[in-house]
Design a binder for this molecule. Structure first.
Ligand code: HEC
Length: 195
């Protein structure tokens, strides 16, 4: 019995001495350095790093995993060069057109319309002007390569969508746009005969 009292007395003492009036520290701890590691905040100044902050910039020339560079410049020459489809990946031919439908609905249809007729909700409400339908009557010369170019760089009132879409997502959307283009071209009025 006496032993029991002694033991619980010791325990209470142990608990009490671990207390600390400073709420921001865990109190007395056994093996202090393991409980409180000297961590740094991401952008905190740090003396012993080359760039003076805890987080370091990647080494120059670093390419993120999965990133595919696109070299054609945002110019007329760049656009013309994109027509030859050099950037189109081999798997594009095998892609299922429907796979890009949802993405198209998220990123393009509010301007270009669900059917690609250029009559999206923003056109109907006159929030934007000059959105073309994809049919060959409006855009006779577009190719998967030029669509990629326009997604990367934008064109006039259309901003670049490069940062919103991954490489694979861009090609899925392009496949779907080519399908819409086919549908639009089929229903479009025949072009005026050249005089
Ligand atoms: C904010 C409205 C808007 C959104 C969103 C938008 N576009 Fe456009 N798009 C335009 C306008 C405006 C043009 C006409 C640009 C011009 O020729 O002046 C255009 C032109 C195009 C063209 C024809 C470019 C050419 O070669 O002449 C393609 C292809 C195209 N858009 C595809 C897309 C795709 C794919 C998406 C979705 C990833 C998209 N657009 C999203 C407004 C938009």
């Amino acid at each position: 019995m006496k032993k029991g009292i002694l033991l619980s007395g010791l325990c209470a003492l142990g608990v009490m001495t671990a207390c600390n009036s400073d709420k921001s520290t865990p109190g007395y701890t056994y093996m202090d350095d393991m409980y409180r590691s000297p961590s740094l905040e991401t952008y905190e100044a740090a003396e012993n790093t080359a760039q003076g902050t805890a987080a370091q910039l990647p080494v120059e020339g670093t390419v993120a995993r999965g990133y595919v560079p696109y070299d054609l410049p945002n110019s007329n020459e760049g656009y013309e060069a994109s027509k030859n489809n050099a950037a189109v990946p081999a798997y594009f031919a095998e892609l299922d057109a429907e796979a890009g439908k949802e993405l198209y609905g998220q990123f393009c249809s509010h301007c270009h319309g669900e059917k690609g007729d250029g009559n999206g909700i923003l056109m109907q409400r006159e929030k934007i002007l000059g959105v073309p339908g994809y049919g060959s009557d409006r855009l006779p010369d577009i190719t998967p390569g030029t669509i990629y170019h326009v997604i990367m760089h934008g064109k006039n009132n259309m901003g670049s969508h490069a940062s919103q879409l991954t490489y694979e997502e861009r090609w899925k959307i392009i496949k779907y746009v080519m399908k819409l283009r086919q549908d639009q071209s089929a229903t479009a009025a025949p072009a005026e005969p050249a005089v």
